[in-house]
Design a protein around this ligand. Sequence first.
Ligand code: HEC
Ligand code: HEC
Ligand code: HEC
Ligand code: HEC
Ligand code: HEC
Ligand code: HEC
Ligand code: HEC
Ligand code: HEC
Length: 273
Amino acid sequence: MVYRFSRKCYLLLSLGVLLLILSVPFFLNSLNLIQEEESDCKTCHTSIRLYHPEEADCSNCHADHSSGSPKLLLDKIPALCWNCHEENVKMESKHFPFSEGECLECHVAHGNKEDYFLAESLPNICLECHGEINELMERNFVHPPVEEDCTTCHSPHSSDFPKLLKDFISLRFYELYTPLKYQLCFQCHDRKDIFGSNSGFVKGDINLHKVHVQKRKGRTCFVCHDPHASDQGYLLRERIPFGKFWFIKLKLEEKNGQKSCLPSCHQKENYGK
Ligand code: HEC
Ligand code: HEC
Ligand code: HEC
Ligand code: HEC
Ligand code: HEC
Ligand code: HEC
Ligand code: HEC
Ligand code: HEC
């Protein structure tokens, strides 16, 4: 019994080894074929440099020359991109070029040396289309994160918050105060500084940020500060938007170390330490 069993086993084993040996040329051949196909494209298309990683070779995006589709693409854009990338669309705000599927307005399909294969570096890529913000960049005071990288505050694709913002910030005129309403600003600016004695917006012992913001009908940061840039110091707006068509003027003056605001919200008020 024992003898017969191990003989059968021996037979099976040698059969297995034989099959394995026989399959080696096939395996090598298939590897070779793939390689040939890849280098095939490159023998003629010598100028194509692919930065997309190896998992995405020519044949993942292009059909062969007989297909006749534009640029021989296997799928239209953005469907082609979503074959491999997770389509993660947030609902509150969507960037127009993104929702229109204009991926190649910002990304280079084959990739390049820029982070995220961007057609141009940040923030220039954003300024290409946003002339209004480009003008703001000429102002006397530009908010440092704006100069550096728009994507510290904005998502380039879509967001759970209005205006493609990465965190919540109230954009209303009046707002019942809670810290959550100003999360975006408090990421970088310590609440304790803004509402404490470190702030420059004080009159003696009274913190004027507290007076204006921390109320049932508090004024939001957005009322006095422009998040991007201003010709006045401290990113103070020159014109405060009120309602759809109204603007309130705001003028910061400094005389003999005393500062004052002249808004039409109230009479001229001095402040300072
Ligand atoms: C991730 C997808 C993807 C991969 C991988 C890819 N391509 Fe492309 N390729 C595209 C897209 C999308 C376009 C169209 C670009 C446009 O319209 O601006 C394109 C355009 C081209 C063009 C037209 C000329 C040009 O540069 O616009 C050629 C030629 C080309 N690809 C060859 C190749 C070759 C060869 C490979 C492999 C080395 C390759 N592609 C890999 C997506 C890809
Ligand atoms: C024998 C040379 C040769 C080989 C091999 C070759 N191509 Fe081409 N390909 C061309 C020529 C010639 C054109 C047309 C002129 C041009 O647009 O550069 C072209 C055009 C293209 C285009 C642009 C089509 C358009 O509508 O603008 C793409 C994309 C492309 N080839 C992809 C590939 C891919 C992927 C491979 C490998 C599977 C490949 N090619 C292999 C010669 C070749
Ligand atoms: C065949 C699969 C495939 C296709 C199709 C594809 N990609 Fe990719 N892409 C990848 C892989 C894999 C990476 C490597 C990083 C990763 O895993 O996300 C990558 C990386 C990227 C990156 C850089 C990500 C980073 O973290 O730096 C961008 C941007 C990108 N792809 C955009 C596109 C766009 C736009 C398209 C459509 C034109 C596209 N991809 C089509 C597979 C693909
Ligand atoms: C307005 C410019 C813009 C458009 C349009 C755009 N992107 Fe992006 N994309 C970016 C920027 C900037 C990043 C860098 C990520 C960040 O800063 O949050 C990025 C990151 C990515 C990444 C890598 C990180 C991630 O989120 O997975 C992929 C993949 C990607 N984009 C694919 C696409 C696809 C697909 C489309 C078209 C449906 C598209 N993008 C349209 C600007 C754009
Ligand atoms: C290809 C052109 C294009 C590029 C590049 C571009 N945008 Fe836009 N963006 C638009 C258009 C079009 C709108 C919609 C304008 C409108 O509705 O008035 C828009 C709207 C916006 C909005 C307002 C969204 C809202 O919900 O009101 C923000 C914020 C924004 N873009 C930020 C950016 C940032 C940040 C970048 C760089 C990563 C960028 N954009 C790059 C075209 C572009
Ligand atoms: C410190 C955070 C921050 C940075 C950095 C930032 N933004 Fe904004 N952005 C905001 C806030 C807050 C709003 C909403 C309030 C408003 O519309 O003024 C906004 C609104 C916008 C809008 C919509 C304006 C409208 O009227 O609907 C555009 C477009 C925009 N930003 C583009 C950009 C661009 C381009 C950059 C980079 C050059 C940039 N932002 C950098 C905070 C920021
Ligand atoms: C990504 C970090 C970041 C975010 C988010 C941010 N800021 Fe700033 N902000 C800075 C830096 C850095 C400076 C310059 C250094 C400083 O004065 O603290 C600055 C400066 C300022 C100044 C001028 C201070 C001065 O002394 O001139 C004001 C006002 C301001 N930010 C308001 C805001 C408001 C309002 C928000 C929310 C819409 C905000 N910031 C969001 C980083 C940020
Ligand atoms: C009623 C108008 C007003 C409102 C509302 C307001 N600020 Fe200010 N803020 C000012 C003035 C004026 C200054 C300039 C103080 C000075 O002269 O030193 C200032 C200064 C600042 C500074 C510079 C550092 C400091 O405290 O002096 C930061 C940062 C700042 N504000 C952030 C904010 C944030 C965040 C909000 C919303 C939570 C906000 N501000 C709401 C008027 C305002």
